[in-house]
Design a protein around this ligand. Structure first.
Ligand code: SF4
Length: 578
């Protein structure tokens, strides 16, 4: 067992020093999301701006990381440049296992380095190294250089930012081991504000598997459940991009800046089409037998004598919707090429695609012109989008710098708020209806994974706001328990509360195992308290007119139902925070 107290490495970039502290609270916050919220309440500064050097950048893992499959995520928490409030973002790769094998439950970075730097941590070492020569470099060059500088291939996780993070864009993500991300809400800008280009976590320690005698059998049961169910085919075969055709069929796919919810031209960017033409291989986060990561390729001719270079690019439903259907780009290789451009710059692909969809419609309507966008944007124009992504990531002019802080910020200045597809942040790839729109707009992470509103819309025929809000609150409670264990949410059908309890008991966390309902309520409250204390007012959230103008497979959006859901969810959030 790793311990009833949390072991946390605190690093102060101001003086380049760190120390390990222990913290009580395992039985009340578990780890992951709960631990991140606890650490922010302890070390965060609600009244100071997101880029104040004293603000913490927090990474946490859970009690089952390393013991059971798919406990593979790391939770990253910070005060977000997007809204200057508490935020959480989740990433996988090797990050969670590397922290576990480095003997840490959390890494907390405060302060600001005098010059561009990176941090390397392991079970017995901490190094803060100046890397001024990496500032301005793209993610690929940065990753390659850091891999060469620090030993530990296979055990090591590398987190890094690109120019977007250095430029302080609220759409800048943190890349994890090339194919995973802490993508949303601007964690990359928080690293940039600290002059922190990369974090190398070397899992170079050992990890005693001293569970009870039930542990090996339980591990085998869990492993079998995870690999024998349809989850494997759902996530491993076509993967999440299977949603493109499914949502298009039921008129719930955001297309052309959500001007449409279905269109036959998306046949070139379905999951099936990607698998048929562009899929190279699958990959997996450490400790995951599912391997949902789909990696395709882009090929570019660099000399006329048929000389090509190629790069590997990961894809999922969300990046395909953002750089494909939202921009009316209908070719899978073109979508990968635009994703690749955004990745290199360290932009969150979803946010950037949705922002450019707004900019394209704004240009069509004459609200902005090439004076702002530099290159002319029109739906489906691949080369224009690659150039625009470059301008956005580099913060080329005032327009792109503002757009990089969020579509609504640009719309406030230039006009066009009505058709900004923003639900708390740039929308996720589901136009399923009222419950999803409200759940993403008001939810803590503004993520489609905060709660299952998108699935409620598709299954539920009635329009009872109280019933829907009750579902969102209960579903969020279940999900925060999973994210506090740092389970991948794709495993939510397998890791029931009863199974989680058995898993915890088998490795010695009996008190925690016996109080999961209380603990998950406590975590839910702690997270909302952090968000509200940093200025969130759920009742002030607005949902742009575009979301009311669409028709889904269920029919037109019902404004009265949406307004009632919004009002009741805002009230429920206030209750959860008290
Ligand atoms: S299912 Fe996918 S995202 Fe989840 S842990 Fe496995 S590889 Fe990572």
């Amino acid at each position: 067992m790793t311990g009833d107290t949390f072991r946390i490495l605190m690093v102060d970039l101001g003086n380049g020093r760190g120390n390990v502290i222990t913290l009580e609270g395992r039985d009340s916050v578990a780890g992951g999301s709960g631990l991140a919220a606890l650490l922010f309440s302890k070390y965060g500064h609600a009244n100071k701006p997101w880029n104040d050097p004293e603000q913490p950048l927090i990474f946490t893992i859970g009690p089952l990381t390393g013991y059971f499959p798919l406990m593979s995520k790391t939770v990253c928490a910070f005060k977000s440049p997007y809204h200057d409030q508490y935020a959480e973002s989740h990433g996988g790769g090797r990050s969670a296992f590397s922290l576990r094998f480095a003997g840490l439950d959390a890494l907390v970075v405060t302060g600001k380095a005098a010059r561009p730097s990176c941090i390397a941590v392991g079970s017995r070492h901490l190094e803060v190294k100046e890397v001024h020569y990496l500032w301005g470099r793209d993610l690929y060059t940065t990753g390659k250089t850091l891999r060469g500088m620090f030993k530990g291939a296979g055990h090591r996780s590398i987190l890094r930012i690109g120019p977007a993070g250095e430029n302080g864009l609220a759409m800048a993500g943190i890349n994890v081991d090339s194919y995973r991300h802490f993508g949303r809400l601007g964690g990359g800008a928080v690293m940039g504000s600290k002059n922190l280009k990369g974090i190398v976590i070397n899992g170079d320690g050992s990890f005693p598997l001293d569970g009870t005698k039930e542990y090996p059998k339980l591990f085998q049961d869990v492993y079998t459940k995870l690999t024998d169910t349809d989850m494997m085919s759902k996530y491993h075969d076509i993967g999440t991009p299977i949603n493109m055709a499914v949502l298009n069929e039921v008129k719930m796919l955001p297309i052309r800046n959500l001007q449409r919810t279905t269109d036959p031209t998306i046949s070139g960017i379905t999951g099936e089409k990607f698998a048929e033409l562009a899929l190279l291989r699958n990959a997996a986060c450490a400790g995951c037998p599912v391997g949902c990561i789909h990696i395709g390729f882009v090929r570019e001719q660099f000399r006329k004598e048929h000389r090509y270079l190629y790069r590997q690019v990961s894809y999922d439903h969300e990046p395909i919707f953002a750089m494909g259907s939202m921009l009316a780009v209908d070719n899978c290789f073109a979508v990968l090429a635009i994703i690749d451009t955004a990745e290199r710059l360290g932009l969150d692909v979803m946010s950037a695609g949705v922002a450019l969809a707004w900019a394209t419609e704004a240009m069509e309507k004459g609200i902005i012109s090439e004076k702002e966008t530099i290159s002319k944007l029109s739906f489906g124009d691949i080369e224009a989008y690659k150039q625009a992504i470059q301008h956005l990531g580099e913060g080329k002019n005032e327009f792109y710098r503002l757009l990089g802080q969020g579509t609504l910020k640009a719309a406030e200045q230039y006009g066009g708020k009505d058709f900004a597809c923003v639900l708390g942040q740039e929308m996720a790839g589901y136009a399923t209806g009222e419950v999803f729109f409200v759940s993403e707009a008001l939810g803590l992470r503004h993520s489609h994974l905060d709660s299952g509103g998108y699935s409620y819309d598709q299954k539920e025929k009635g329009k009872d706001p109280a019933q829907a809000i009750n579902f969102l609150v209960k579903d969020e409670q279940g999900r925060v328990l999973l994210t506090s264990m740092v389970a991948c949410l794709f495993a939510r059908g397998v890791y029931t509360d009863a199974l989680l309890s058995d898993c915890l008991k088998s490795v010695g966390y009996s008190t925690l195992a016996d109080s999961l309902d209380t603990v998950s309520k406590n975590i839910q409250q702690l997270r909302w308290k952090d968000r509200i204390s940093t200025g969130y007012r759920p009742e002030d959230v607005t949902i742009p007119k575009r979301f009311l103008e669409i028709t889904t497979g269920k029919g037109p959006i019902d404004p009265a139902y949406l307004a009632s859901l919004k009002e009741q969810y805002a009230k429920a959030i206030r209750v959860m925070a008290t």
